[in-house]
Design a protein around this ligand. Sequence first.
Ligand code: G4P
Length: 528
Amino acid sequence: MSTLTEQIEKRRTFAIISHPDAGKTTLTEKLLLYGGAINLAGSVKGKRTAKHAVSDWMEIEKQRGISVTSSVLQFKYDGYCINILDTPGHQDFSEDTYRTLMAADSAVMVIDASKGVENQTKKLFKVCVMRHIPIITFINKMDRDAQNPFDLLEDIENVLGINTCPMNWPIGSGKEFKGVYDRKKGKILSYTANNGQREVEQEEIPLDDPDLDSKLFYGQKDTLFDDIDLLDGAGNEFDIDMVRSGQLTPVFFGSALTNFGVEPFLQEFLQLTTAPLAREAGGEMIAPDSDFFSAFVFKIQANMNKAHRDRVAFMRICSGKFDKNMEVYHVQGDRKMKLSQPQQIMAQEREVVEEAYAGDIIGVFDPGMFSIGDTIVSPGQKFAFKGIPTFAPEHFALVRQKDTMKRKQFVKGMNQIAQEGAIQIFHEPESGMEEVIVGVVGVLQFDVLKYRLENEYNVEIIMENTPYQFIRWITSEVDYKALDLASDTKVVADFRDNKLLLFRSEWSIDWALEHNKGLTLQDFGNAE
Ligand code: G4P
């Protein structure tokens, strides 16, 4: 095996998805404990730890004590090189969160055992499903009172529409949590809480241990045996192909805070997922161990350093090896270049990358030439990866500039910020930018927009709420002027002049579909 292939085989690149407070940060911290963290890019969070300064490149993040953008962490474990793509845990997450999933090869879904599937998990999950990537579930906080494990599995299956296959099975929860039964090993990993509950003692107990009864609470042994029978008899069978195509999610129960079940989870995770796979570009499959370099931009972060007004483009390497000084070709810009100041991520802790491999993420200084979805390849190659879809915003505001004399700056600022993908802008078809409707995935982006227009473009804006709640791209060939729509539905166009419909309620979406034969709608914009 060549070194390139060896390097790539060792790589795993995944995103962690969860609803805020489910324990994503805690789990990430524990995973890092097992490996030598190589690059801590951005937070392991926010609000509580001193580390949060790392990703606080923007005042607004500092003021709020949250992370606006996603970041990447890299660590080594058992010979593997693992990239974790973090997604903001705040409810005001942005479209970046979705885009980050486009750069991941698999996803870990963290669920709070007392709450089941929550809203934000649903949204992120949809993107994973669209990509058919493996989704591995970690049901967290078993040291607290939890819902019945069968109910939790049913919840995942019903709400998310994916089959589940528990890899281990909990024995009690909360004060009566006694550990998990590892279905593959046929052994119990016992949990003994100690006072501070930070690190618990763990012991492996075989099922036929004569003292098992005394090691568990009354009745737990019978319940466990019944549960195992039920799982073996009626549960979904484990099928690695279904896991890898995202149709079956292996489920692990544990407790990140007490570091219980985290390492076995990590070990299994590495077996369940694969090294980076080939990606499609122009109808061809690009193998990760190709002898040429290729990558696509999935995120652009502006103003990392206010003094220099710089932007950093984050790219996911899809094939080959990246060397610091090599020349590359930017397909969309049709020009050869060197990637300047390549860094394995971000903020204060930028580190220059000497080399990186398929699966890794690098950030490069961007003087404004890259757009989300752009392809960068070795000179001589010309293919382009399929772009990144635009995800439907969920909040809308009408935006005007305060001082009409500053029209030029306003239009420039709005367009640039939209080009970076921080906001989406819509306008009436066949009209200019007199009245701009700004759509965002998380409301915090409105503040970011206002802040940046004031600070970077010197434009003050007035933002008005709009009653719209849903937006859909029109995907059929219809004359938008001839559509029969409810009075509260509005037709708008995006910057590519695709036509969309803005709705105030789901009811009006149904109304539009019922009254217009042949009309089809979609809640994400196709990638170019
Ligand atoms: P997030 O990134 O998904 O938003 O969640 P985070 O890890 O920050 O965890 C949210 C809260 O849940 C934290 O408590 C954390 O300590 C707690 N937590 C995480 N995993 C577990 C677990 O396995 N068991 C229990 N009992 N709690 C867990 P907090 O009160 O917000 O912060 P802290 O003061 O405890 O740090």
